[in-house]
Structures are given as structure tokens and as C-alpha cells.
Design a protein around this ligand. Structure first.
Ligand SMILES: Cc1cc2nc3c(=O)[nH]c(=O)nc-3n(C[C@H](O)[C@H](O)[C@H](O)COP(=O)(O)OP(=O)(O)OC[C@H]3O[C@@H](n4cnc5c(N)ncnc54)[C@H](O)[C@@H]3O)c2cc1C
Length: 243
């Protein structure tokens, strides 16, 4: 197996363009399980661990997104999201805190969850609930495109990345209302979700966000429930106190 170890983001994009079948490895908490159990033997691994910008996050204002946005590097581990971003991204921080064990949370990342696109991935319900204006930054030597989170999941463990693309970051609006995440498994910890639910109120836009995991081939929204609750809150004049 070839082992590609780019030192910079540009080198990583060039390596992916030259070797579209190379499997990216970030925290390795999914990839190494596949390799160790011999479920998957890619011709090449593309190690992203030397690319420091993938482990950084920043806040800013971005076109097409209202208010302050967190641009979360693909490889920022869950443990740091919980520690550093619980105020800005409470739903994702809660979801991240249910992933695996402390060891897994120190390595595993949202970029890896998106790369694997498992319907049971815990980041997905929180990302869907965070709003329709959450975007995955997909980059290649051809440039960067923004994929709306609703268009990202296309099948069981399949996403809409092109073979030469890598995930650079996820752009997530800072919470403007309460957010929650809940997960049911066969035990309390270290467990894959039997079902997971992300929920967010967005008083600024008067909308409700939901995300359901492990209940369909892809993570998905409860669209009718979102609309019903948003209308109820509007009708009862409760949006003003929803924040
Ligand atoms: C013991 C154990 C418990 C776990 N518990 C949970 C749990 O409770 N909830 C949960 O959701 N998951 C769980 N997982 C799975 C895993 O930890 C998560 O999916 C994690 O988010 C993967 O992140 P990573 O950085 O380790 O990804 P990796 O293993 O490095 O990669 C995962 C996938 O994403 C791709 N990828 C990685 N980075 C990029 C990138 N920048 N661009 C494009 N593709 C990329 C890889 O090629 C691969 O297909 C568990 C795993 C283990 C071993």
C-alpha cells in the first residue's frame, strides 16, 4: 500500500488529483478499523495529519450565511469542539461529547464523520439541525465549492464529494437559539446510535432545525415537524422568547 504524506494543503490536493482512489486518513478512528479488520485495502492512503490548518477553526462573516459563522477545520477533534466551541455550536458540542470514548474524541473529527457519511454518524443530526445554510467546503486543484449540508449525504456511507476532492472545513452559523442533541444506543457510552436526534431553534429566521440519525439510509430532517413547530411558535408569538 502506498503511503502519501503531503506537508501542505496544496500538496494534499495535488496528491488527491494524481491519485483519486487514495483514501484520506485524518484521525483514523474509522479508517484504521477498516484496515485492521481487513475490510478495505486501498491502493494508497493519503495522510492529512501534517496539514495544520485542518486542525484550526476561525469565526467570520461569509456570503450566503447570516450572522457570525464558525469555519471548522475538517480535522478539529471532537474533544476540542466540546472544550472550545460549546457556546457557539452547542448542538455539535453535545453530539461530539457522545462520540466513542475520550481517546476517540481526541482523534475523531467532523471531517472524518462527513467523509465516512455513515447514517449513524453523530455529527450529522447536529449539522442538519444547525440550519440549511451549513456548508461543507470541498476543495480540489480545480478550486473550492460549497456543498449545502442537505445536498451532502447521497446514500448509505456515500457523500457528494468528487473523487479528487477533500473536505477543507465546515461552515456553521453560530447558534442564535437553544440547541439539543440526544442519542439512544444499546448502552450508555461507547455505542453506535440506534437513533439520534439533533434539534435547534433559530429565532432570527423563525425556523426550526432537526436532524435524525440512524433511521434512514442517510441522515435526514423531520421537515414536517420543523414546519409545524415554526408555525406554532409564530402563531403563539413565542419566537421573541425562544432565544
Ligand atoms: C471505538 C470507536 C467508537 C466510535 N464511536 C462513535 C460514535 O459514538 N459516534 C460516531 O459518530 N462515530 C463513532 N466512531 C467512528 C469515528 O470515530 C467517527 O466517524 C469520526 O468522526 C471519524 O473521524 P476521523 O478523523 O477519525 O476519520 P478517519 O477515520 O480519518 O476518516 C473517516 C472517513 O473520512 C474520510 N476523510 C477523513 N478526512 C477527510 C477529508 N478531510 N476529506 C475527505 N475525506 C476525509 C476518510 O477517507 C474516511 O473515509 C467510533 C469509532 C471507534 C473506533
Amino acid at each position: 500500500m502506498e503511503f502519501l504524506r503531503p506537508a501542505t494543503w496544496d500538496e494534499a490536493l495535488a496528491a488527491k488529483a494524481e491519485n483519486p482512489s487514495a483514501l484520506p486518513i485524518s484521525g483514523g478512528t474509522d479508517v484504521m478499523v477498516e484496515l485492521n479488520f481487513d475490510r478495505h485495502r486501498p491502493a494508497a492512503l493519503l495522510d492529512l495529519n501534517r496539514i495544520s490548518e485542518l486542525t484550526e477553526w476561525e469565526s467570520g462573516v461569509y456570503e450566503g450565511q447570516e450572522g457570525e459563522v464558525i469555519r471548522l477545520g475538517a480535522a478539529v477533534p471532537y474533544a476540542r469542539i466540546t472544550r472550545e466551541l460549546a457556546r457557539q455550536l452547542p448542538g455539535l458540542a453535545l453530539a461530539g461529547n457522545t462520540v466513542g470514548s475520550p481517546q476517540i474524541r481526541n482523534r475523531g473529527s467532523v471531517g472524518g464523520n462527513l467523509g465516512g457519511a455513515s447514517p449513524a454518524g453523530d455529527a450529522h443530526p447536529a449539522l442538519l439541525a444547525a440550519g440549511r445554510d451549513v456548508f461543507v467546503e470541498a476543495a480540489s486543484v480545480r478550486g473550492t465549492r460549497l456543498i449545502a449540508i442537505d445536498d451532502f449525504y447521497v446514500g448509505v456511507k456515500r457523500n457528494s464529494l468528487e473523487p479528487d476532492e477533500l473536505i477543507r472545513a465546515v461552515r456553521i452559523p453560530v447558534a442564535d437559539g437553544p440547541q439539543q442533541f440526544s442519542k439512544i444506543g444499546t448502552r450508555n457510552a461507547m455505542v453506535i446510535a440506534v437513533c439520534a436526534f439533533g434539534f435547534a431553534l433559530h429565532p432570527r429566521s423563525g425556523t426550526v432545525g432537526t436532524g435524525i440519525g440512524s433511521a434512514a439510509p442517510t441522515p435526514r430532517r423531520a421537515v414536517a415537524a420543523e414546519e409545524f413547530l415554526a408555525d406554532e411558535l409564530a402563531e403563539r408569538n413565542l419566537w421573541a422568547t425562544a432565544g
